[in-house]
Design a protein around this ligand. Structure first.
Ligand SMILES: *[C@@H]1O[C@H](CO)[C@@H](O)[C@H](O)[C@H]1NC(C)=O
Ligand SMILES: *[C@@H]1O[C@H](CO)[C@@H](O)[C@H](O)[C@H]1NC(C)=O
Ligand SMILES: *[C@@H]1O[C@H](CO)[C@@H](O)[C@H](O)[C@H]1NC(C)=O
Length: 776
């Protein structure tokens, strides 16, 4: 009876004690947890005898209490504490005991015990605040989340990829019950994960590479690469969106090995938005470049934004991809490292090749010559329906390129029929809002590609450069020479504040300084420094020659009665000079440009100088008959001085033939019907280039003519002179147009001045019938 009673009393108690058992890693590790007393717990772990095992009290490997079992000669159990993704060090006090190993075939069962609360700060305290059987998300107050790792080999080491997992359990200490959850390790939707990963890999591993290549390294194939770049950019965005929205539910419940993996969602979450912003910047940039005319310069700044935002995204997306691979502890992560290494190597190679070829070398102009282009006259260029511009001595058809020019379509449209060299070489910018841009070698190759003809230059111009040994009567045809040789600076004289006459010399060449006719007007030489890789145009201005200038001044003085010296004539001046003299403005702010080089020129510095280039001034009768008004700023007077001198010689021949400067000179009669009203804008009188000459010319014409054919009005803007505005311009032009036919308005000044005319160009044309605006 007693025995039965005892049995009845104790049996329910014994039955009530439950023990938790679970299979981990699909049965390769079996685990049983029980409470031998109300304050201790026992673990039984069965696994292959070649495995080490570690369990941790937590959801990650960071800052968790751990227990490891390994074979150090004999099997040992150790109390440890993991601080991160490295081998956890042993606790100061070992609180794991009663370790036993039982071997059965090729499996071992390890048993050990531990107090629920060891009192050690490095140990996790197991408690039982939960009454329900299993841990669940809503009842995790007493749920104990566990992490485990295992590996093949005697000594415990860093576990290999994927060889770890999670489970959880609950206890009720008073009744010594244990409830253990299932292994919650891998719950990955493989298809979602693979498609998600593949789409992103294509987008950010390959399309991004293509974006860099089409964005930076293949500008030569302009239209094609712009189109491709846009398409690829959009495709990358689409791939990302599909990957995120359509295949973003790969799932994952356990912590990953690399803590960056756990952050995959937050790291990669911004990529789609970021990609969308980059694409939008790129589109707005293109739209501004093509449609917004004068404001197309905005696209220039948007370009920077697009490039910076895009490049950063490409770098960032690599981390997003890696974090994704980490999240799934992907065994192919190393392949992505290889991919990245190759990608970076390829980009380095591209960049090196690009850098090597980046500088435009003037000598590459000989490549244009090799195209064997047909000749075209300036009239043919002007009458052509195609969109043509002049570069050095070549005719460029930019019609098909205009949408691809990084500076926008407007910039090229403004250049139709004009010379683009000064912009190309970075000496000048079309708009005050745009910085000058020294164009690259690739830009030069594009120019070569779209060059359609060689500009025919007048015979007189072709003969302006002579070999010093040529018989003057039998000058060789040098029309095929691109440049005339290497020059050194012989002398520099400051003529006006900041403006110098620079004398160049070489051993074999001579320069015609007295050129009959009008062919050299407005043309220029190109000076190039191979050392600095800079090229600049300098206007031909023979009047400013050191021997010729005083002849004009004296001749006019004599005619005006200011001085009564003997014969003054250009016939006494050598027609061919051994020196090439050019008037050059030195810009203080220029640090590296050619003028800086010329300012600090050394004896050994060499320059390449071209033959006379350019389209010259348009002096066809239909362009100049009537009244022409010229707005010239600073050195902008230089391209016109030889023309003015020509007009002066004409008025002298007509009114005082005995004072003629060139014997038997013939003049184009069309100039008789043309009037030139010149406004010269200078900051101050001291900086006024050729002021003396221009004032004297003005006096000369009023001396001979009641209605002078030429007049000059200087304006000193920093000394009280009125700045040119559209209103002041109309008030100058209205009275002229009411008394005569306003023909061409010539503008040659700094960008600000030219911009004014670019803006109101159309208004002028509609306000003054038959007029033309020529902005140089
Ligand atoms: C788990 O083990 C069973 C039986 O050994 C096997 O059929 C199954 O493929 C395994 N599952 C995984 C995911 O390894
Ligand atoms: C774990 O338990 C299952 C089911 O009893 C068994 O098939 C498996 O072999 C066990 N694993 C080990 C390592 O003993
Ligand atoms: C504990 O594991 C079970 C699976 O056995 C799971 O359903 C539950 O969500 C887990 N609880 C917590 C809090 O992780």
């Amino acid at each position: 009876m007693n025995l039965i009673l005892f049995g009845l009393l104790t049996l329910p108690v014994t039955l009530a004690v439950s023990t938790g058992t679970t299979q981990l890693n699909n049965g390769s590790i079996n685990m049983t947890i029980s409470l031998p007393t109300t304050t201790t717990m026992r673990w039984e772990i069965t696994t292959a005898d070649t495995n080490w095992v570690a369990i941790g009290f937590g959801t990650s490997m960071t800052n968790v209490d751990m227990i490891t079992i390994q074979n150090e000669g004999t099997w040992t159990v150790e109390d440890r504490y993991s601080t991160g993704h490295s081998l956890p060090p042993a606790d100061t006090t070992n609180n794991v005991n009663n370790f036993a190993v039982s071997m059965s075939g090729s499996t071992n069962t390890y048993t050990f015990e531990r107090a629920l609360n060891t009192g050690d700060s490095q140990d996790f305290t197991v408690s039982d605040e939960l009454s329900n059987q299993f841990c669940s998300k809503t009842m995790d107050a007493g749920c104990i989340n566990m992490i485990y790792g295992y590996g093949n080999g005697a000594n415990f080491a860093k576990h290999s990829v994927g060889a770890y997992g999670q489970f959880n359990f609950t206890i009720k200490a008073a009744t010594r019950d244990v409830f253990i959850g299932e292994d919650s390790t891998v719950k990955v939707d493989t298809e979602q994960t693979l498609v998600h990963g593949l789409l992103n890999y294509i987008a950010w591993g390959w399309l991004s590479f293509l974006l860099i290549v089409t964005g930076r390294y293949s500008k030569y194939f302009y239209s094609f690469r712009t189109m491709l770049h846009g398409l690829v950019g959009i495709l990358a965005l689409v791939f990302t969106l599909v990957a995120v929205l359509g295949y973003g539910k790969g799932g994952r419940t356990r912590a990953s090995l690399n803590s960056m993996g756990d952050e995959h969602k937050s790291i990669s979450g911004v990529v789609s938005i970021w990609a969308a912003i980059t694409v939008i910047f790129g589109m707005i940039m293109k739209i501004f470049g093509v449609f917004f005319g004068r404001f197309s310069f905005v696209s220039y700044y948007l370009w920077y934004a697009h490039v910076i935002v895009g490049s950063l995204l490409i770098v960032y997306s690599q981390f997003a991809i890696l974090s994704g691979l980490f999240l799934y502890d992907s065994p192919i992560t190393f392949l992505y490292y290889i991919h990245l290494t190759l990608m970076v190597l390829m980009l380095i190679i591209c960049e090196v090749l690009w850098q090597l070829n980046q500088q435009w070398k003037y000598t590459a102009i000989s490549e244009f010559e090799k195209k064997g282009l047909p000749e075209m006259t300036i009239e043919e260029v002007q009458n052509s329906k195609r969109k043509l511009a002049i570069f050095d001595q070549y005719v460029i058809d930019f019609g098909k390129y205009q949408y691809d020019h990084p500076g926008g379509k407007y910039v090229l449209e403004e250049c139709a029929g004009k010379e683009i060299g000064k912009y190309f070489y970075g000496a000048y910018s079309l708009d005050d809002n745009i910085k000058t841009h020294k164009h690259s070698f690739v830009a030069g190759k594009i120019l070569k590609k779209i060059a359609i003809a060689k500009l025919k230059s007048p015979e007189d111009t072709q003969k302006m450069v002579t070999s010093r040994f040529d018989d003057i009567n039998g000058i060789e045809d040098r029309s095929n020479e691109l440049y005339t040789g290497n020059f050194r600076v012989k002398q520099k004289d400051e003529l006006f504040k900041g403006v110098y006459r620079v004398t160049f010399k070489n051993d074999t060449k001579g320069y015609k300084v007295i050129v009959p006719g009008i062919s050299s007007f407005g043309r220029h030489y190109l000076i190039h420094s191979e050392d600095q890789k800079v090229s600049r145009y300098y206007t031909i201005c023979n009047v400013m020659n050191s021997e010729i200038y005083p002849v004009y001044i004296n001749a006019i003085d004599k005619i005006l009665g200011n001085q009564t010296e003997g014969e003054v004539t250009l016939d006494n001046v050598e027609e061919i000079s051994q020196n090439l003299q050019l008037v050059i403005k030195f810009y203080d702010q220029s640090k590296k440009g050619l003028t800086r080089l010329l300012a600090n020129v050394q004896d050994r510095d060499e320059f390449i100088i071209s033959k006379p280039l350019g389209k010259g001034l348009d002096l066809r009768p239909e362009a100049i008959s009537g009244t022409n008004v010229l707005f010239l700023g600073g050195t902008g007077v230089l391209p016109f001085l030889d023309l003015f001198a020509y007009l002066a010689r004409m008025v002298i021949r007509d009114n005082s033939p005995s004072d003629s400067l060139i014997r038997n000179e013939e003049f184009d009669e069309c100039f008789k019907d043309s009037k030139f009203i010149v406004y010269g804008y200078y900051p101050t009188q001291g900086e006024a280039v050729a002021l003396d000459f221009l004032m004297k010319l003005s006096d000369l014409f009023s001396h001979f003519q009641k209605q002078p054919q030429f007049s000059f009005t200087p304006v000193f803007t920093r000394q009280g002179g009125e700045h040119l505005t559209s209103n002041s311009l109309y008030s100058l032009l209205d009275p002229i147009s009411s008394t005569s036919t306003l023909r061409t308005i010539w503008v040659c000044g700094p960008p600000k001045m030219n911009n004014l005319f670019q803006r109101i160009h159309r208004n002028i044309l509609s306000r003054y019938e038959d007029s033309a605006v020529e902005i140089m």
